[in-house]
Design a protein. Structure first.
Length: 271
């Protein structure tokens, strides 16, 4: 069982009112992007998703016999990649980690493959639930980036729901830190005072949806997160939701210098 079991059904219910549509489908995206708003009650969606994760954890007997991975929420570079791996997202992510280790990017600012829920429900559970890239904006400010290079495997709404759930797992980890054996504070991710949840992709990735609709999604989810934080905390933490794009000239594969420029030159889609 995954800590995210049941969350897809919640998202579909909130967005499609118990119809047969599923948010992962391209047809569903076309339906949603034609609306003026994203979700009638984003705060309730955020709250129910969080409660689902917490109830899944509380209801698991396996959590009583194991501790979550100590690697959860680490801030490290993991550059290793199989030469046969053809995923452009994985290639870019791993190259960013390599550049940080090589000093072409600040290693204190960039991390990748950040586990968020490994071992929560047992030793072998949710090992693949990882934030693609984490960027340190300041001592206690971080961006959690869901990297996408093409909509063929995952369109923009899927990516947004993915990073939203990572953000809610971050809240869960902060609120349940003592139970999970996590240390809170310091300069690491679990000591953050500000978290931005971001979908990062090439400019073309966002063209399949109208900009006003994308802006509405970001605004509504940010408001939902703010409502959840005001309800239960943790005190002193803020969370935002956004979409960012690489410069129009960016294309993969590219040189290391071009990748660095693209990273440093990324911009908000809905500025």
């Amino acid at each position: 069982m995954s800590i995210y079991t049941g969350t897809d059904a919640i998202i579909n219910r909130f967005l499609f009112a118990n119809t047969a549509n599923q948010y992962q489908q391209s047809t569903a995206l076309r339906i949603l992007s034609g609306r003026r708003t994203f979700c009638p009650d984003a705060a309730a969606l955020v709250r129910e998703l969080y409660e689902c994760m917490e109830e899944t954890w509380l209801g698991s007997t396996r959590r009583l016999s194991t501790q979550p991975s100590k690697k959860n929420w680490r801030f490290t570079q993991e550059p290793s990649i199989d030469e046969k791996n053809t995923s452009r997202e994985k290639q870019v992510e791993k190259r960013i980690a390599y550049l940080a280790l090589e000093g072409k990017l600040d290693a204190n600012q960039w991390a990748n493959q950040v586990p968020v829920a490994s071992g929560l429900l047992g030793v072998h559970t949710d090992k693949k639930a990882c934030v693609d890239i984490a960027f340190r904006q300041g001592t206690h400010s971080f961006d959690l980036l869901e990297l996408k290079m093409s909509s063929k495997s995952c369109h923009v709404l899927c990516a947004m729901m993915e990073v939203l759930r990572y953000g809610l797992m971050y809240l869960f980890s902060r609120r349940r830190a003592r139970d999970l054996g996590y240390g809170i504070g310091g300069a690491g991710l679990l000591g953050a005072e500000a978290i931005r949840l971001i979908v990062l992709a090439p400019e073309a990735y966002f063209r399949e949806v109208p900009n006003p609709w994308l802006r509405a999604v970001c605004h509504e989810l940010a408001a939902g997160l703010a409502a959840e934080l005001s309800r239960e905390g943790p005190e002193g933490l803020s969370m935002e939701f956004d979409a960012e794009q690489f410069p129009p000239s960016f294309a993969w594969p590219c040189s290391d210098e071009e990748l660095v420029r693209a990273l440093l030159g990324r911009q908000r889609v809905c500025a």
